[in-house]
Design a protein around this ligand. Structure first.
Ligand code: DGJ
Length: 745
């Protein structure tokens, strides 16, 4: 058994990247470009796969070689195609040259195969900790006219059906060029027999699953907002129509990037499918001077022959262990209490300490002070940019408050929105030219705030200085980094006219730079990303912040869809999830306290309310919830997660997490509306050891693993019968956690 391998077959100029799960085969075509031969389940290696370059004379087709009526790029599957020299589909790269031409011709020059994986300077990317975890192929190509060198990086990971790709363009010529398109990933598939799945939504209803069959033409999701967006997550799945959670071929595509992006499938009228993933070409224009280079973000493709759960588990493992970094990567996350929904802007130091004290009494480990602690911030019209404590509310500053919280025996966390400024702030008054704004035009606001020009180093330096001061003077263990509006009228006062197409990307590089500096200087601080909830919940930020606030909608029923969709790509340990007050502040729904917790357990877990407001009985329940989470969070956050029943398909949702040794499993069962005289119900579990005997701690019954996985776990309750009443009664929004423990534990 091999972990992974990359072979080059000299006689056929073929590369085969493979491990136990995946084969990816490409070759050098007769014109020097790269052809795509196969992407799918592992097959045997051999010298010659070039029969897969199918060629035929076709009417109304243009051909590369005079006299040869078979070689047309329009009909050849490629790896990093260009437009306009016999291929009419959307390209992976487009370069505007000094003479106005956009034609390129990248021909193979050389390649290297190395162990491990290189870092991408200034950009988040997957990484290795030991050389035998991955192997990397770098193929160099060159355009003979512009002398632009193109380096395509391919990394295959040991034992995972995952391939990471990115591209680097180096100007080795003597004239500047403009990169108009520089995608991270391009793949031509031989058919279109797929269902496209995306995660879409809006503020407070992020990452809902949407499916539609591929058809001839173009299907795309993208962002042009400057952030990866609430609307469409930078993630897409192609699944065979018969694929399910547990079987069938699926391909997942994920971009490790937080800015404008596009993920597109172009199906031509011969039914081949071209996937492109990368920075959104719309609005992008990067000037590359002689001697300069441009590195694209990284895209990750996961192939699974065993359905969506297996694909998600691959993303979870890779992103949790080899994208997320730092002290908190492998540590169970502290149970926190955030004051936002408890107080909004209306608090004093004593009030905060009162909330924290009650939380401490219940077992909460971290108190987080949200928006409103700085500058003149008493509403959302003022203060952003002034990162020093508001002395009216916090007379002893953040240092004083953090000491009081620590004295309670808790850790202290703080909210920032580093990229933003209000016009009513000292920072804006001193530097009105530091915001993104187009000369002579109206500058639109969002939530009364403006976006700082993070493409400028002096701006990032200034914000770093203020944050560094607070962090070094106070006892801060956690930072929530928010971002509450998208970018409009994008233009930087610091860049010339022919570089304005770089601003969106430079902005995100500035965000990454600030994250990198803060996480390096304060390695023990836990960062949680946020953008009005889940507006920038993407793999790029996972590199710096191992968890993200998944949505501003904290209602348990709404969260079923949000967290279920999010789990398609993102590890459970990254999903910020809190119990909030009822009636819920977003949908005004009244759900039982246990259901709010049962949903939030499958995430980082915390509270978003003032526990002082709860009756004794509920406080007792909260204490039990916290004790439960402390006991099981390692399995909930780092175990193997399975989706069993989808909230998008019915009244019930079921998911579960299994410990690595398979001795403990936690099944979350949720029913939205109650019923009467309903069917008996059961659910087939996943991931157990078929030979182990598990005790169901709820019923006290024992079952073999194969029994629970085939015959199923019985979930029937008082709804199967007459009108439920008495002790066994259940209402709407009912839920349960089933704990299954193997006998010998
Ligand atoms: C949006 C976030 O998603 C909320 O949790 C909260 O931090 C507010 N911003 C504060 O303004």
């Amino acid at each position: 058994m091999y972990k992974m391998n990359i072979r080059f077959h000299e006689t056929t100029k073929t590369f085969h990247l493979f491990n136990d799960r995946l084969s990816y085969i490409i070759c050098v075509l007769e014109n020097g470009h790269l052809g795509q031969l196969y992407c799918g389940k592992r097959i045997h290696d051999k010298e010659d796969f070039t029969y897969l370059v199918e060629k035929a004379p076709r009417p109304m087709t243009s051909y590369v070689y005079e006299g040869d009526r078979t070689f047309s790029l329009e009909h050849i599957r490629q790896e990093y195609p260009v437009y306009g020299s016999t291929d009419y589909r959307h390209p992976a790269v487009e370069i505007l040259q000094e003479n106005g031409s956009r034609i390129s011709d990248f021909r193979y020059v050389s390649h290297t195969i190395s162990e491990g994986k290189p870092l991408l300077p200034g950009l988040p990317a997957t990484y290795t900790e030991a050389d035998d975890e991955a192997a990397t192929l770098c193929i160099a190509l060159k355009d003979p006219v512009t002398q632009i060198r193109l380096e395509l990086l391919y990394t295959i990971f040991a034992g995972e059906g995952a391939l990471a790709r990115s591209a680097r363009l180096v100007n080795e010529g003597s004239l500047p060029v403009h990169l108009l398109t520089a995608m991270s990933f391009s793949l031509d598939l031989p058919d279109k027999d797929y269902v496209w799945m995306q995660l879409s939504g809006a503020w407070a209803r992020e990452r809902h699953i949407k499916n539609r069959p591929l058809e001839q033409g173009i299907l795309a999701i993208d962002s042009m907002r400057g952030n990866s967006s609430h609307e469409h997550n930078p993630f897409m799945v192609l699944k065979r129509p018969s694929a399910t959670e547990t079987q069938g071929e699926v391909l997942g595509f994920s971009l490790i990037y937080s800015g404008n992006y596009r993920i597109q499938a172009e199906v031509d009228t011969h039914d081949t499918t071209r996937i492109t993933v990368g920075i959104n070409p719309s609005g992008f224009d990067w000037k590359l001077e002689p001697g300069e280079n441009f590195q694209t973000p990284e895209a990750v493709m996961v192939y699974s022959a065993n359905g969506l759960n297996d694909m998600s588990q691959t993303f979870h493992r890779l992103y949790r262990r080899r994208l997320a970094r730092g002290y908190w990567r492998d540590r169970p996350r502290p149970i926190l209490n955030n004051n936002w929904e408890a107080t909004y802007f209306d608090f004093t130091e004593d009030r905060l300490v009162e909330i924290a004290a009650k939380a401490k009494e219940c077992g909460v480990e971290l108190f987080v002070l949200d928006d409103g602690w700085f500058g003149e911030r008493s509403n959302d019209y003022a203060g952003l940019g002034d990162w020093f404590a508001n002395k009216d509310r916090l007379p002893n500053g953040i240092a004083g408050l953090s000491q009081r919280i620590e004295a309670l025996g808790m850790k202290f966390g703080l909210w920032f929105e580093p990229e933003m400024v209000n016009k009513d702030s000292d920072l804006y008054r001193a530097h009105p030219d530091w915001i993104l704004q187009t000369p002579g035009r109206r500058t639109s606001h969002g939530r009364n705030q403006f976006v700082l020009d993070f493409s400028r180093k002096e701006v990032v330096d200034c914000i770093y200085g203020m944050m560094e001061t607070i962090l070094s003077q106070s006892k801060i263990s956690y930072i929530k980094w928010d971002m509450n509006r998208s970018i409009t009228e994008c233009y930087s006062a610091a860049l010339p006219a022919d570089r304005q197409g770089e601003v969106f990307h430079r902005y995100i590089l500035g965000v990454y730079d600030l994250y990198e500096r803060l996480t390096s200087a304060f390695p023990h601080v836990l960062f949680e990303s946020c953008a009005s909830g889940g507006g920038r919940f993407d793999p790029g930020l996972l590199y710096y912040a191992p968890q993200g606030w998944a949505s501003d909608d904290s209602d348990a029923v709404e969260r079923l869809k949000i967290q279920y969709g999010t789990s398609m790509c993102y590890p459970i340990s990254s999903i910020g999830s809190h119990v909030s007050v009822c009636p819920n502040h977003q949908v005004f729904r009244q759900t039982p306290l246990h259901t709010r917790a049962n949903v939030a357990y499958f995430g980082t877990f915390g509270y978003e309310l003032d526990l002082n407001g709860l009756p004794e009985e509920e406080l007792r329940e909260v204490k039990e919830q916290i004790a439960f989470m402390k006991e099981y969070r390692e399995i909930l956050q780092f175990g193997t997660f399975y989706r069993l029943k989808s909230p998008f398909e019915g009244n019930e949702t079921v998911w579960m997490s299994v410990s690595d040794d398979k001795k403990t499993a936690l099944v979350g069962w949720y029913r939205v509306l109650n019923g009467v005289n309903m069917p008996y119900t059961r659910v087939q579990l996943q991931g157990l050891n078929p030979d182990m005997v598990y005790t169901n701690l709820r019923s006290g019954t024992t079952h073999y693993g194969d029994e629970l996985m085939n015959l199923g776990l019985l979930t029937s309750d008082a709804t199967s019968g007459e009108v439920p009443s008495g002790e066994k009664a259940c209402g709407d929004f009912e839920s349960r956690i089933y704990i299954l423990k193997a006998k010998e534990c």
